[in-house]
Design a binder for this molecule. Structure first.
Ligand code: GLN
Length: 464
């Protein structure tokens, strides 16, 4: 299948006119028809005829031209329904395109649809959705991860080439790990969030998900940069993610935090992370144990601050100006609004919200200290392989604890690259993440690229 190939390879064939955008689009539409009923990755599909018409007309101006993609349903799209997977917005038709959507469309990519997720980003399994859970293509009795389970499941089951995801506390990395694909959580502010439906504004980030680190580099090159519409987007110049991709990791020091490899980590996951560490050593890196002592507070910090911010962001959906009534929120989302409102209320603000902000600073300082000794940090993404349907949504505490290795990244605002690093004996994919200092996307992508030159986890696909 064409759609097994990377963007880089498809772009090359398109340029040489060996294939046309219509060939790729047709294949994707066929796959969606065949696989989506089993997976439930889509919330809203773009009309097939419109997709093919666009494919016929597309001009090949960039490596993304003619490449079919999907959006996690948190990005507003002009005249196309945007729900954030919630009944509150089930009939919301936006009037403009988010900046990231505008950039990808201007590069010539073809949008196939808006994808399933945990409502508002609240969750790690795509079960907290009003559109039915997304299933894991490697085992449909299991979840695809979350909150961006739909986009990840669609890529690995070959319904599209890439996706634009959103990561507040792991929502790009967790589903990438559990579906066996590659995803990049960028530095806070690296990509514009204008037109992205806010979950927790001091954590949210926009990033690419695809099959390989090289594809993520290609996409990032097009979407990164300052945006006059988003005051939180960074004015720092955009890196050159592509031309130095092959530089390798010779001499780089990769830290493995002992707190991320201890109690609570499934031995099957641990083993694969250690095997990956050995691969990095073979590639010329030096592996060192490091410590992030305050990471033990990360879940408490994140689950006070993110709900506080979401309680404020979701106040606008009052059923009068925007959206349907507030009774349409799911129990998980209501719980977060309640926790956040409580943590922000007079009398509790100092004890909870303010304390959590202080602890956040300690976590940032921990990372800064570690990054004086190493270039990157290697760790698991999730403590377990993909969970069974029902396992997380019915156990709110377990649901939060599953984010233990991902929320520190967003708490510190740093970037992280999720990569597939193996399979359990029963054939479930396992992922790892590399974290780096602020704006180290170039180095992260170089490391991911080097790893994917000597492994083939990223090319495997499920037999659906
Ligand atoms: N699972 C985390 C949460 O529920 C992260 C979600 C996200 O990154 N959007 O908050």
């Amino acid at each position: 299948m064409l759609i097994d190939e990377t963007i880089a390879s498809l772009a090359n064939k398109l340029k040489k006119k060996e294939i046309s955008p219509v060939d790729i689009a047709k294949e994707c539409l066929k796959q969606i028809e065949k696989q989506n009923p089993k997976i439930n990755a889509f919330i809203t599909q773009v009309d097939s005829k419109a997709v093919l018409d666009q494919a016929k007309k597309i001009k090949l101006t960039t490596p993304l031209s003619g490449i079919p993609y999907v959006l996690k349903d948190v990005y507003v799209t002009k005249d196309l329904r945007t729900t954030a997977a919630s009944n509150v917005l089930s009939d919301y038709i936006p009037q403009y395109d988010a900046t990231v959507v505008h950039k990808v469309n201007s590069a010539g990519s073809i949008l196939l649809g808006k994808m399933n997720m945990d409502a508002w980003g609240h969750g790690g399994s795509t079960e907290n959705t009003d559109f039915g859970p997304a299933k894991n293509p490697w085992d449909i009795t299991r979840v695809a991860g979350g909150s961006g389970g739909g986009p990840a499941a669609a890529i690995v089951s070959r319904m599209c080439s890439f996706a634009i995801g959103e990561d507040t506390g792991g929502s790009i990395r967790n589903p990438a790990g559990w579906c066996g694909i590659t995803g990049l959580k960028v530095t806070y502010g690296r990509v514009s969030r204008y037109g992205s439906i806010a979950y927790a504004s001091s954590f949210d980030s926009v990033g690419p998900t695809a099959k390989t680190a090289e594809d993520c580099a290609l996409i990032l090159q097009h979407i990164a940069g300052q945006d006059p519409h988003d005051a939180t987007s960074s004015p720092l110049p955009v890196g050159d993610y592509l031309s130095r991709l092959e530089e390798g990791i010779q001499g780089k020091v990769i830290g493995v935090p002992k707190e991320f490899m201890g109690e609570g980590l499934d031995p099957k996951v641990k083993k694969l992370i250690l095997v990956a560490a050995q691969k990095f050593t073979d590639l010329g890196a030096k592996i060192e144990e490091v410590s992030l002592p305050t990471s033990k507070y990360a879940i408490s910090v994140y689950y006070l601050l993110a709900p506080s911010e979401t309680s404020s962001n979701l106040a606008r959906y009052d059923g009068i100006r925007y959206g349907n009534g507030r009774d349409k929120f799911t129990p998980e989302t209501m719980r977060r609004i309640m926790i956040g409102t409580y943590a922000l209320s007079a009398g509790y603000y100092d004890a909870y919200y303010k304390k959590a902000q202080q602890a956040r600073t300690l976590i940032i300082k921990d990372y800064q200290k570690v990054f004086t000794k190493c270039d990157l940090i290697l760790s698991p993404i999730s403590p377990t392989p993909p969970t069974k349907l029902g396992e997380l949504i019915n156990d709110p505490v377990k649901n939060m604890l599953a984010d233990i290795y991902t929320v520190t990244t967003n708490t510190a605002g740093i970037p992280a690259l999720a990569l597939p690093c193996g399979f359990t004996r029963s054939g479930l994919p396992i992922g790892m993440q590399l974290q780096g200092p602020m704006f180290s996307e170039e180095v992260l992508l170089q490391a991911g690229y080097a790893y994917q030159q000597v492994t083939d986890w990223h090319v495997r696909k499920p037999q659906l």
